[in-house]
Design a protein around this ligand. Sequence first.
Ligand code: ZN
Length: 136
Amino acid sequence: MGKREYYHYVKCSHDECKETGFYTATSRRELSEIANRNRVWKCVRHTAPNEVLSEESPNKRIVLTVIESNEHNYWANEDGKLGSGFVYGSGYKAYASDFHVGTKLVITVELIPAQKNNMEAVEHPATNAGSQPGKK
Ligand SMILES: [Zn+2]
C-alpha cells in the first residue's frame, strides 16, 4: 500500500499577484506545520525579485565558493553565507565535498528574448508557401 500524501496550495499574498505554491506532506501533522509556516506566503517574484529573469534583466552571474565548516565542505555565496553542500540547476549538479576549499563555481545565465522577426515567422509559418513545387 502506497504512502498517503497530503497537499497544500498557497496563493501569493501580494496584492493582485496570481502566483501559487504547492507543497506535499506525508502526514496531517506535517501538513499542519506547512500550513502554519505559510500563512502569509509570497512567491519568488515578491521575495527575490532581483533573481527573476526578465527582458530588462536578462543576465545573472552567481559565484559560489567552497568553504569548510565542522569538517564538511559547503558552497557559500558571495557574502560568505553558508549554503548547501550540494547545488544544482538545469544541466549541472555539484557536491562541495568533491572540491578543495576555495574552489569557485560560477553560474551564469543569459535570457535571449525572441526577436520581433522570429516571432513574426512563428506567427505566419506559411510565408514561404509561395515557393511550393508544382504551382504555376
Ligand atoms: Zn507574488
